[in-house]
Design a protein around this ligand. Structure first.
Ligand SMILES: *Cc1c(COP(=O)(O)O)cnc(C)c1O
Length: 836
């Protein structure tokens, strides 16, 4: 039976009485979920049931506001943005939901009455780790800011069955375990099978004429997969708005391969259906490098097609097939090139399904697509072999050829006879294996192309997209990244939040620039003392994590020196390790006058196929073992490798850090966002002039930042005459460090395992300029150590870093996206669709 619920007034759809957010209402609801829905009693209840009951209790409150938000958006006929991303690194949802609903205290009270402890229940939640690192976490911070700013923005992504792998260490080697994050169910999601879409793969293009003799194209003989949406609520901060993150799961169609079926191979026919479901099975664990696998391209097209079909369905449901206003009402933001199939897919849908001509379809595409670039590293720039692309997505390949032909015509009109330029700019890279350059496709189609920090955006114009910048300077802009202070300060550092709020009020939670009001308190000794008490508590919390996960005792009176991020050569964890070896060498030779005791923490995952990154993890672990076992280091130096670095770990790590390591080779880190989380929590940065570090230093002031290293320009200028072996010879300290490494001091039982690392610095030319920056890094570390010994001075600097971190709120970033690219009007759900 399918009932028509839309025609007559129906009590089923009439508004329910509002749910209470007091402790009584929450406790009653919790008991109903626990006792009835989950059917539990005192016997053998798995601990996750308490968490599930609580999540469902809170979800009900979110759903109320969610529906009101949907209704307000629909009523206002507003413009909307769709944020397309292969990754959303959301982390946990529980504490964020409580904070944004304003029910932290009442929830704690409700659980107390039921004999439960909120903190313990919250520990049952598994991270939603549907991303690799910065790019995926940025998408999550952006969703939080959009909801807080009441902007009608929907996230579209993939509901991977397995997210980012879990990392553990065996003998210092990274081991990967599948992350089956959905094992106990996901109480935050709502399955929406009614919005299932069909996605085509393979087959061929069929050209046909309609009754009026117009030529059309049909994509036929395809192997289809279903895309089933799961919606996750994204609450704004105490404002009644709940936006949507819609994640697609792949499912087989109900069609059988009839030939196999009729041949009596029923199990084989059913098993073949299974392959369809592989599309959303697993997140590719590569950060800042592409891997070129066909399944990855399938995932990308799956996201693009499902999301665009969904948007077009919503559009046509209200407006028939009139696309006249579409480009005024819709914007797509592409998070890197990963969703760039969308460019060709939107052309296909508009032309083949809605029968628009090329020109009006291209008008719509090129007025709605905006592209964010995340890296200049050549190994991360996506290219797909034309053969693979054409056999998997033949209709899209045809469309890309046509886009390219029209584009190159424009180029040759502007620069007649410049064939070199045509070859450089072509979307199709010619050669033995012709490839589709996805970044160029994105730039050609998009009306906006942005980098993610000032330096990065400048380098895009000067290097990677130089020719395109010459042609279309107006497309290029910068949007310096940010992070949400709700998760990265209010929720993760409650003690510091409280101190800040009692000092300057709570306005910073939605207006981070208000932290500037703390500046005068840097000179207030009483305030500094309070600041230190809070920092000490956070360091104890971090020390407990290190003790539990690494078995290493960190003394909270030492300087906590931390580098957590994906392991990559450009991020130069190796430079950090060489400095640790240098400190160890100094201790061993008795050079310890005016020593600052230090606890060095390194953490992060390496892509499973990235051999050099895995060796660097092993080296960090080996050095840690030798240092920690040597009694001469006791109290002076400790080193630990934190396994399974993830969002939930960072929520403990950033509050407890004194010194934040942001030491990438200049010109290689597009922005960084870890650097911002540390700054907001009052850590000082030791860093290069790279990515957003430059802007962090501008805000904090030169005196409150430990700068070292070559600039991006100097890095490129030095390359031609660079001789790292001569520089090692000329630096006594570095020579001793290399000697220790080469002697096998850190790997007595496993000779030769670090030869690859050593030769990368010497005979292989040290591409990442670690040797070139070593001396300058050691000196900056000495300045940091000296500053830390002066407790009052360090506290002052810490306060000033926090106080000047306002720029790095993702609220500011999103306001810039909106002012410069999206042009959305805020809609207040609580006030019935009026502009906020
Ligand atoms: C913020 C964050 C990152 C990004 O860190 P960078 O230092 O900018 O590379 C990566 N992973 C997690 C879990 C994060 O929270």
């Amino acid at each position: 039976m399918t009932s028509d619920l839309t025609s007559t007034p129906n009590p089923l759809l009439s508004e329910l009485p509002p749910l209470g957010v007091d402790a009584d209402s929450l406790a009653l609801n919790f008991r109903q979920y626990f006792g009835h829905t989950l059917g539990r009693d005192r016997h053998g209840t798995p601990p996750h049931c308490f968490y599930t009951a609580l999540a469902l209790t809170l979800r009900d409150r979110l759903v109320e506001r969610w529906k009101a938000t949907d209704a307000a958006y629909a009523a206002s006929n507003c413009k909307r943005t769709y944020y397309l991303s292969m990754e959303f690194l959301m982390g946990r949802a529980l504490s964020n939901s409580m904070l944004n609903l304003g029910v932290v205290d009442s929830t704690g009270e409700a659980l107390n009455r039921l004999g439960l402890i909120l903190e313990e229940v919250a520990e049952e939640e598994h991270d939603a780790g549907l991303g690799n690192g910065g790019l995926g976490r940025l998408a999550a911070c952006f969703l939080d800011s959009c909801a807080t700013l009441q902007l009608p923005v929907t996230g579209y992504g993939i509901r991977y069955e397995y997210g980012m792998f879990r990392q553990h260490l065996e003998g210092g080697y990274q081991m990967e375990e599948p992350d089956h994050w959905l094992r106990n169910g996901n109480p935050w999601e709502l399955e929406r099978p009614e919005f299932t879409r069909r996605i085509q793969f393979g087959g061929r293009c069929d050209y046909y004429r309609d009754s009026e003799d117009n030529l059309h194209v049909r994509w036929v003989d395809t192997h289809d997969v279903l895309a089933v949406p799961y919606d996750i609520p994204v609450p704004g901060y105490q404002n009644g708005t709940v936006n949507t993150l819609r994640l697609w799961k792949a499912a087989a169609t109900d069609e059988f391969d009839l030939s196999e079926f009729n041949a009596g191979s029923y199990p084989e026919a059913v098993a073949a259906k299974n392959a369809a479901e592989h599309i959303s099975m697993v997140l590719y664990p590569n950060d800042a490098s592409e891997n070129g696998k066909e399944l990855r391209l399938r995932q990308q097209y799956f996201l693009a097609s499902a999301s665009l079909q969904d948007v077009l369905l919503q559009w046509t449901r209200d407006r028939d097939d009139d696309f006249g206003e579409f480009a005024d009402k819709v914007c797509f933001q592409l998070n890197d090139t990963h969703p760039t199939c969308s460019v060709a897919e939107l052309m296909r849908l508009l032309m083949d399904d809605y029968f628009l001509e090329w020109d009006p379809a291209w008008q719509i595409v090129s007025r709605t697509m905006a592209y964010t670039n995340h890296t200049l590293l050549p190994e991360a720039l996506e290219k797909w072999p034309v053969r693979m692309f054409g056999s998997l997505l033949p209709r899209l390949m045809d469309i890309i050829y046509e886009i390219n032909a029209r584009f190159l015509k424009e180029v040759s009109q502007r620069w007649p006879g410049d064939v070199g330029r045509l070859a450089r700019m072509s979307i199709i890279e010619e050669g033995p294996v012709p490839q589709v350059r996805m970044a160029y496709l994105a730039v050609v189609a998009a009306f906006s192309v942005n980098g993610v920090a000032k330096l990065h955006s400048d380098l895009l114009q000067q290097d990677l997209f130089r020719d395109f910048y010459e042609l279309w300077p107006h497309k290029f802009n910068n949007k310096t990244n940010g992070v949400t202070q709700r998760r990265w300060l209010a929720a993760s550092n409650p003690a510091l939040s409280e101190l800040i709020s009692e000092t300057i009020g709570t306005g910073w939670v939605t207006d981070l620039q208000q932290l500037r009001k703390l500046i005068p308190f840097a000179d207030d000794a009483e305030f500094r003392a309070k600041w230190r008490v809070v920092k000490q508590e956070s360091k104890l919390r971090l020390a407990a994590l290190v003790q539990a996960d690494c078995g290493v005792a960190f003394d909270p009176d030492s300087m906590f020196d931390v580098q957590v991020k994906r392991i990559h050569e450009y991020k130069r964890q190796l430079l950090n390790i060489l400095h640790v070896i240098h400190l160890y060498d100094r201790i061993r030779r008795g050079d310890t006058a005016d020593w600052t005791p230090r606890c060095v923490l390194i953490g992060g995952k390496a892509a499973p196929g990235y051999t050099m990154a895995k060796s660097i993890i092993k080296l960090a672990c080996s050095v840690a073992q030798v240092v920690n076992a040597d009694p001469v280091c006791d109290d002076l130096l400790k080193v630990a490798y934190l396994p399974d670095y993830r969002v939930t770990a960072m929520e403990v790590v950033s509050p407890g850090t004194d010194l934040s390591e942001q030491i990438s080779t200049a010109g290689k880190e597009a922005s960084g966002t870890g650097n911002m989380k540390f700054m907001i929590n009052g850590a000082l940065t030791i860093g290069t002039l790279d990515g957003a570090n430059i802007e962090i230093r501008e805000e904090a002031g030169d005196d409150n930042f430990f700068l070292f290293g070559l600039t991006a320009e100097e890095v490129e200028a030095q390359r031609s005459a660079y001789n790292p072996q001569a520089m090692i010879e000329a630096d006594q300290d570095l020579r001793r460090v290399m000697k220790l490494l080469e002697s096998g001091h850190f790997n007595p039982a496993e000779p030769g395992i670090f030869d690859g690392i050593i030769s990368s610095l010497t005979v292989h030319g040290d591409y990442w300029m670690i040797v070139a920056d070593f001396r300058s890094y050691v000196e900056a570390q000495r300045r940091a150590a000296a500053a830390f010994r002066d407790e009052e001075r360090w506290t002052r600097m810490s306060i000033l870093n926090c106080a000047t971190s306002g720029k790095f709120s993702s609220d500011r970033t999103i306001q810039e996206y909106n002012a410069g690219i999206w042009h959305l009007k805020p809609i207040s759900a609580a006030r019935g669709g009026k502009c906020a």
